[in-house]
Write a protein of this length. Sequence first.
Length: 410
Amino acid sequence: MARFGILCGGGPAPGLNGVIGAATVAASRHGARMIGILDGFKWIMEGDTSHVIELEAEHNRLIHLVGGSVVHTSRANPTKKPGDLEACVASLQKLGIDHLITVGGDDTAFSARSVAEAAGGAIKVAHVPKTIDNDLPLPEGVPTFGFDTARHLGASVVERIMEDCRTTNRWFLIIMMGRQSGHLALGAGKAAGAPLVLIPEEFPEGPIYFDQVVRLIEGSIIKRLVQGRSDGVAVVAEGLMERMPEDSLAALDDVKRDEHGHLRLGDIPFGRTLRNALTRVLGDRGVKVAMGEKDVGYELRCGSPTGFDRDYTLDLGVGAVETLLAGTSSVLITRRDHRIEPIPFDELMDPETGKTRVRYVDTSTDHYRNARELQERIEPEDLADPEILAAIAAVAKLSPEAARDRYQVL
């Protein structure tokens, strides 16, 4: 009898239980057992095999309807210290697990690949890609599971804050989760009709400077004031911070890193720092704007999945089991054109970094261009029109020349 193990790594995402439940039912139908490994790699990389549960089809058939993970999740990284990978393999073999399903993002995918290599073929491994960031290198047009739900929930948050701002005549800065890419910020902001969405992909290669972001938001505030609107929302992807020089970020507060070496962006008061800078810059010129800020991310991760993510994760869970039972290993499981498609781990790796490649927002697509077209920013044609430039300068309390210099770089 085959014995499967399943674990979740990284942060939560809507649909984790869908993969777990479907994989459990599918394994049972094939006469196999499913062992839930609690807290990701945390315990098995220490050689501790006591933190596991037997998953039974009867009790897990409908868990796809709720968020969270019945086997929990963690960011424990078995590739960080020598010996941890060998301990993982030894723990899995002690548990009698010969088929391993991992569910997680790019770091978990890299860990899964490393475990498969360390096992030398003794344990077949399949990885199911999960992240609300939508930044894994899946086929064109194929999202990661959890993204659809997070976008929907994020858009509803932005929509309600926009109405609050309209009612109270103020601006809000919404810092949207997304470690490197702007998929979630763009998706939620576009769906809600936010007047401004800033993502890292719209900036040229190289560092992104704090002042650039301040001027972009300031430009939208001024343009809305010219139109007679003192309210608005700017959705800002937290991934902008990943490309800001670290010395400037370190000055914000106590900046920490996670187990994979990434900045803990959620611990940086990016929204508050932006709000203070904008309030100061505008206030020094006598432009008064009421402003607030909100971080959005954690409230999106364990929501009840949308119909799309429920359907999607059920396919992925069954697909992972059947792929492994067919003898295929060291693959990422995805779905394209309603068919399960295993992708070899090697095709996911960036040859320069040795890590999983990142999928960024393609700013050449109509999807992005249309979103950009619907936003309210100071455009080059605004500055080229003497009448519009004069109106912008008057509201910004600058000379036309100074206004052109301040906003033309945008």
